[in-house]
Design a protein around this ligand. Sequence first.
Ligand code: C5P
Length: 232
Amino acid sequence: MGKDVIIACDFSSAEDTLTFLDRFRDRKPFVKIGMELFYAEGPQIVRALKARGHQIFLDLKLHDIPNTVRKAMAVLSRLDVDMCNLHAAGTKAMMEAAVEGLTRPDGTRPLLIAVTQLTSTSQARMQEELLIGETLENTVMHYARNARSAGLDGVVCSPLESAAVHSACGAEFLTVTPGVRFSSASAGDQVRITTPEQARVLGSDYIVVGRPITAADDPQAAYARCISEFVD
Ligand code: C5P
């Protein structure tokens, strides 16, 4: 798979999602379905978007005992998503169980990506509340190596961490990066941000873009700008 732009469809109904996606006529965007939309509409929204020809990143961030995650991943793989994810903090045993569960009888499976530390977690809170004494960066790199050795395909991280993840885990280990803004736009609640062009230069494999596209006056033009800066 090459570089691509994934639109975060953070809507709370199928109707809003389908109305939004109806605008994109030239190129079917790769879309991310997160907890909000999945909890509102269930597996049917995945099937509906798949039937319309979209590639799908199902962002449900699983974190439970290995047996539960194995069985949940087996169900997700039957939904035929293209990418899904879990928390690396669930341990290597949980990640290995996830790979097992996700692998279909024919040996294929969706891409599986690990969340290392959420970008909303500061180093101070990680150290004080989670009692992790390492730096945030060391923790992210350690979790990325764990994910790689458990057989996962990549991690969610900031574009600013893409190069370090690639040098620790290999060029083929995917970096899926939110926190993207056009240079002129406001950051919202994102802190460590880059433009689509900077994310490309830094080596991100996929950018996940929500509000800069979904809240734009012209979402199609904003998406086209992401594609031209990041992919073309
Ligand atoms: O609207 P915005 O571009 O900030 O959306 C980014 C998307 O990426 C959201 O769906 C958010 O939940 C997700 N995300 C993130 N940071 C992470 C993991 C996921 O922003 N560490």
